[in-house]
Write a protein that binds this ligand. Structure first.
Ligand code: CA
Length: 227
């Protein structure tokens, strides 16, 4: 561990202290902010390697802080929430959060998510241009195109499309998609994959363009040409 710096934004003193101790014990350097405004100031003055961000904060809430952090940098953001509703999770992911942890959580869970986020944020390979049918994906710039048309993707939509494009014509099970895109099993009957596949289809199928991401009922999804 290289002593990565983690910014923790959490207003509840007991929870903040619990998380701070656990992170320090694992060898991370930790800054703690007790509200969103203070967190944004710290992030600006001394950019962290990762942010652990509570959703429910006085003043600026976690969602707003997340959007502002994301507008300024690509720092991985782990959101803490008491909200266990899938819709809230999707809203948070859309705001630019990379992952979620629902309170109450164990230290082991927290550390697993933090490690997973650090793994994913470490660049592993040189940029490539991936092509399938008339879809193009630039892994350097994260830009996608259908033919000449540029497609604007959120971070998760990009990861999902990259996974499909690296495995064309192969059926990807829900488990594999969870594991590769979200880094863990999102849990039981979550419909988050369906939600994100729907987003991808909306963006890749304008003007009656033929479908490329197909449902394999009861199994998962496959990127292939229409039959
Ligand atoms: Ca709180």
């Amino acid at each position: 561990m290289a002593g990565e710096r983690i910014l923790l934004i959490e207003d509840e003193a007991r929870i903040a202290q619990f998380i701070e101790r656990a992170l320090i014990y694992e060898g991370y350097r930790v800054s703690v902010a007790r509200d969103g405004q203070n967190g944004l100031t710290i992030a600006r003055d001394n950019p962290p390697d990762l942010v652990v961000l509570d959703w429910m904060l006085p003043g600026l809430d976690g969602l707003e802080v997340c959007k502002r952090l994301r507008a300024a940098s690509d720092v991985p953001i782990l959101m803490l929430t008491a909200k266990d509703d899938i819709k809230d999770r999707v809203i948070g992911l859309d705001a630019g959060a990379d992952d979620y942890l629902v309170k109450p959580f164990s230290v082991d869970e927290l550390m697993a998510r933090v490690r997973a986020l650090f793994r994913r944020s470490t660049p592993t390979s040189r940029p490539e241009i991936l092509r399938f049918s008339d879809l193009t994906l630039d892994t350097g710039t994260h830009r996608a195109y259908r033919g000449e048309r540029a497609i604007d993707l959120t971070a998760k939509e990009y990861e999902l499309l990259e996974l499909f494009m690296r495995n064309p014509r192969q059926v990807l099970t829900r488990d594999v998609i969870f594991d590769r895109v979200w880094g863990y099993d999102f849990g039981g009957e979550s419909n988050i994959i369906e939600v994100y596949v729907r987003y991808l289809r909306q963006k890749t199928e304008q003007d009656n363009e033929p479908r490329l991401v197909h449902t394999v009922r009861g199994v998962g999804y496959v990127l292939r040409e229409e039959e």
